[in-house]
Design a protein around this ligand. Structure first.
Ligand SMILES: Nc1ncnc2c1ncn2[C@@H]1O[C@H](COP(=O)(O)OP(=O)(O)OP(=O)(O)O)[C@@H](O)[C@H]1O
Ligand SMILES: C=C(C)CCOP(=O)(O)O
Length: 267
């Protein structure tokens, strides 16, 4: 018996080999411009690659996170909720969380039918911003670490999150990726989106980013409805990590899961 939640986090993370953390971007798996519409072909293709990599033994522990795409962002935007603007309207929370659970159910179903032992982990039920919207994210990791240790693939998603003094704000999949990677001591982190990597001013993929200022001018928000900051927020979050992170498009997913470089390396 250990002494509390912090001990459980540490113990569970210690017994597990370092996992790979993969985000499937909402831009990739949904049609971001059309409310609650999947990109069936892209989601199937990504699930094929994930299932193939696990079956081939390319990686043994994997945590999947997916973004909001046309499910979460659409509802969050309609209700004026973002990573910094909260709501105390339970209907708004239900709309955002409900949409994300519907998207999560699609992702789970498609991975499970390919033999991937996925289990959902819903951040709204687990996480908090106890210091307010401009504070950090508290994400207890005992459940994810224990699921990993038992051979499951936990699947988290961008969601609403309880926020001191602000009601409920949005937690992005990118923030979750960072917390998971740091807390679980991830081996590598992959963010799979619709772009082949982080692009420079000429539209070419930047091979490596090690400082935000060097690329700030090229980094924009998302080109679709997005309440969590698009590419600029993604790069900022990933730079804070110890583990190497890669941003890539669908074509980079298989190489990334094989342990190779893909897209832009953020270190
Ligand atoms: N310099 C840049 N390089 C690459 N993409 C950029 C850049 N600046 C802005 N973007 C935009 O960032 C988008 C990717 O971020 P976005 O948050 O939309 O992706 P996602 O993580 O797949 O989606 P979601 O947030 O729904 O999970 C690209 O589609 C592009 O429009
Ligand atoms: C809008 C919601 C609820 C999720 C945002 O997650 P993201 O798409 O990873 O930024």
């Amino acid at each position: 018996m250990t002494g509390g939640a912090a001990d459980l986090d540490a113990d569970a993370a210690d017994v597990a080999a370092p996992p790979v953390v993969l985000k499937l971007g909402g831009s990739l798996i949904t049609e971001k411009g059309r409310p609650e519409t999947l990109d069936d072909a892209a989601l199937d293709a990504a699930c094929d690659v994930v299932a193939g990599a696990l079956a081939a033994g390319d990686l043994d522990r994997l945590v999947v996170v997916h973004g909001g795409g046309s499910f979460g962002h659409h509802h969050a935007s309609e209700h004026g909720v973002s990573t910094t603007d909260g709501t105390r309207d339970a209907d708004a929370v239900a709309a955002v969380h409900g949409a994300m659970k519907r998207l999560n159910a699609h992702v789970l179903e498609r991975l499970r039918e390919r033999g991937v032992p996925v289990v959902p982990v819903h951040p709204l039920s687990l996480a908090a911003r106890s210091q307010g919207a401009d504070g950090g994210l508290d994400l207890p990791l005992g459940s994810v670490a224990t699921l990993l240790g038992e051979g499951f693939v936990p699947v988290l998603h961008g969601d609403g999150v309880a926020t001191a003094r602000d009601g409920v704000t949005v937690v992005s999949g990118d923030e979750l990726v960072v917390e998971l990677a740091a807390g679980l001591g991830a081996r590598r982190v992959g963010v799979c989106s619709t772009v082949p990597g982080v692009l420079d001013g000429e539209g070419d993929v930047i091979d490596e980013i090690d400082a935000f200022d060097a690329v700030a001018d090229a980094l924009g928000a998302s080109d679709a409805t997005d309440v969590s900051g698009g590419m600029a927020a993604k790069v900022r979050e990933l730079l804070a990590l110890d583990a190497p992170a890669y941003v890539f498009g669908a074509e980079g997913l298989a190489p990334f899961l094989r342990g190779e470089a893909a897209g832009t390396r953020i270190d």
